[in-house]
Design a protein. Structure first.
Length: 461
C-alpha cells in the first residue's frame, strides 16, 4: 500500500513543524522561516504490544553493562587528534563546520589520505565537486593514495549501497547540505532532508562501526546552516575559526561525547593545505611590540597553555557615545572592565574610544584574561610602557579585587620556556607558588586589587 502524503510547514532554523503557516516560529522566534514541505505518513503495520524485541533493546542493570576502552584511529594530525580527544572513534559521527574556503575539505581530504596510507579503506563522497576536482586538490595536498576511494554522489541510497559494498573504515560526506533522500519530498539542504540524511548516516556509522566525517555549511552570522537538531544527532561538532586575511585557523570542539570541549587545534594555511602549529605561543609572539597598550597574557585552552598578545588602543573622541570595538573579546566584558577601571582606579576612561585586539586572530573567553585586558587599556590611556618581559593574568571582580585562577603553574612554566622574567598574578596564586621550584627564574608580583597590579605592571620611569 502506498504511503499517504501530507504537507507540513517546517521552520528552516529549528525544525519546528505545524499544519498551518505561521509568520513567527513558536520554536525559535524567527520570522518568515516556515516553509511548506511534503512528508510521507508511514502506516504502522503493528500497533499491538506483542512486538518482538531484540536483545540489544531489552533493559538490563547498568552494573552488568560491559565497559571497554574505545579504540581510536590517529588522524595523522596531532592538532586534530587533540581536539577529538585522542583520535577517531570507530562508529562515531563528526560534524565539521566553517566558513567557505576556510579549509574544511582540505583537512578532511588530508585525514583520508593519512588513514589510507596506514592501510585503511576510506570513502570520500563529494556532493559539490566532481571526482576530477577532488583529484586536483589531492595532487596539491600530496594526498593521493590507492586506498582512498572517491565518488561524486548526492543520493543517500546510492551512498548507502557504496558503503555496504566497500565496507570502508572511514566515510567522509562533503557536504550534508547537498545529500538528499529520494523518499523525502523536499529540496536538498532543507530541514527535513538534513535531519533524515544525518539520521541515516548515523545508522550506517553505528551498525557498521564506520567513522563518519560530515562537512556542514554556516550562515552569514557564523552558525551552522540547517536545523539545530543536526548538532544533537552527531557525536562531535568541530567549528573552524579564523579565515579572512589570517593565515591561521583554529579548530574548536563545541560538543564531544568522547573527549573534552576545551581543547583547540591550531593550523597554518599553506599551499599544501593545513599544517599543524605545535608551538603556537612562540608563533603568536614572534612579532610582538613593546609599545604602550600591549601586554602578554597566558591563557589556557583545555590542557594547553597559550601565550597571546593583547593590544588596546584608548583615544579621546568627540563623538557620543564613544566606540567599543573588538573582534577578539566580548564587548560586554570590555564595558564591564572599563567601568571597574573608572570606578575603582579613578581613570577617566569612559569618554574615550576603546579598541581591543588579540594578535593572531585568537578569541579570548576565559576570566583569567581580565587583568591583562585592564592593564593594556590603562597603559594605552596613560601612554606608559609596561614592564618588559612580563606576563599578566588574573580575574577582576566588580570591586576591583584580583581573584585567583586555575592552572597558574602551567601558565608560568610556559612563560619561562619562552624567556619571560616576571609575572603579575593574583595574590592567592602568588602565595601558593612563591616557593615552588617549577617557577624559578620568574619574578612574581602578587596583586590583591587592580590598583596594585597596575603599579607592578607599569613602573614609574
Amino acid at each position: 500500500m502506498m504511503a499517504k502524503k501530507k504537507t507540513m510547514y517546517v521552520c528552516q532554523s529549528c525544525g519546528y513543524d505545524t499544519a498551518k503557516w505561521l509568520g513567527k516560529c513558536p520554536g525559535c522566534g524567527q520570522w518568515n522561516t516556515m516553509v511548506e514541505e511534503i512528508v510521507r505518513e508511514e502506516k504502522n503495520q503493528s500497533r499491538g504490544l506483542s512486538l518482538g524485541l531484540s536483545e540489544s533493546s531489552r533493559p538490563c542493570p547498568i552494573s552488568q553493562v560491559a565497559v571497554e576502552d574505545l579504540p581510536r584511529m590517529t588522524t595523522g594530525s596531532q592538532e586534530l587528534d587533540r581536539v577529538l580527544g585522542g583520535g577517531i572513534i570507530p562508529g562515531s559521527m563528526v560534524l565539521i563546520v566553517g566558513d567557505p574556503g576556510i579549509g574544511k575539505s582540505s583537512l578532511t581530504l588530508k585525514v583520508c589520505a593519512n588513514e589510507a596510507a596506514m592501510g585503511k579503506k576510506v570513502l570520500y563522497v563529494t556532493g559539490e565537486e566532481s571526482v576530477r576536482q577532488v583529484r586536483m586538490r589531492a595532487d596539491r595536498l600530496e594526498a593521493v593514495q590507492e586506498g582512498l576511494l572517491a565518488v561524486s554522489e548526492t543520493n543517500l541510497e546510492h551512498i548507502g549501497q557504496h558503503v555496504e559494498q566497500l565496507k570502508p573504515e572511514l566515510l567522509v560526506v562533503d557536504s550534508i547540505q547537498t545529500v538528499f533522500r529520494p523518499d523525502v519530498q523536499s529540496a536538498p539542504g532543507s530541514v527535513s532532508q538534513v535531519r533524515e540524511c544525518a539520521v541515516e548516516l548515523l545508522r550506517l556509522a553505528k551498525t557498521n562501526g564506520i567513522a563518519v566525517f560530515v562537512v556542514g555549511h554556516v550562515t552569514k552570522d557564523g552558525t551552522l546552516a540547517g536545523p539545530r537538531v543536526l548538532e544533537h544527532i552527531v557525536d562531535t561538532v568541530l567549528y573552524f575559526e579564523g579565515g579572512g586575511n589570517s593565515e591561521y585557523r583554529l579548530l574548536r570542539a563545541v560538543k564531544n561525547r568522547f573527549g573534552s570541549t576545551n581543547e583547540i587545534g591550531i593550523f597554518e594555511m599553506r599551499d599544501t593545505g593545513l599544517v599543524d602549529v605545535p608551538d603556537a605561543s612562540r608563533l603568536f609572539l614572534s612579532e610582538r611590540t613593546e609599545e604602550a597598550g600591549s601586554i602578554i597574557v597566558p591563557t589556557v585552552e583545555g590542557t594547553r597553555p597559550l601565550l597571546v598578545e593583547v593590544q588596546a588602543l584608548v583615544a579621546q573622541t568627540p563623538y557620543v557615545p564613544p566606540r567599543r570595538t573588538s573582534d577578539s573579546v566580548d564587548i560586554k566584558r570590555i564595558q564591564l572592565l572599563l567601568a571597574v577601571l573608572e570606578k575603582r582606579v579613578h581613570l577617566a576612561i569612559g569618554a574615550c574610544d576603546v579598541f581591543v585586539k588579540v594578535a593572531g586572530g585568537i578569541r579570548i573567553d576565559e576570566p583569567a584574561a581580565d587583568l591583562g585586558i585592564c592593564v593594556a587599556m590603562a597603559s594605552s590611556f596613560a601612554n606608559r610602557r609596561l614592564r618588559p618581559q612580563t606576563i599578566v593574568f588574573g580575574e577582576v571582580g566588580l570591586s576591583g579585587e584580583v581573584r585567583a585562577v586555575s592552572q597558574a603553574e602551567g601558565r608560568l612554566r610556559e612563560a619561562a620556556r619562552l624567556g619571560f622574567t616576571s609575572a603579575v598574578l593574583p595574590r592567592k596564586n602568588y602565595q601558593q607558588l612563591k616557593n615552588e621550584k617549577a617557577v624559578e627564574g620568574i619574578a612574581l608580583y602578587g596583586a590583591a586589587d587592580l590598583t596594585e597590579a597596575l603599579r607592578y605592571a607599569m613602573p614609574r620611569e
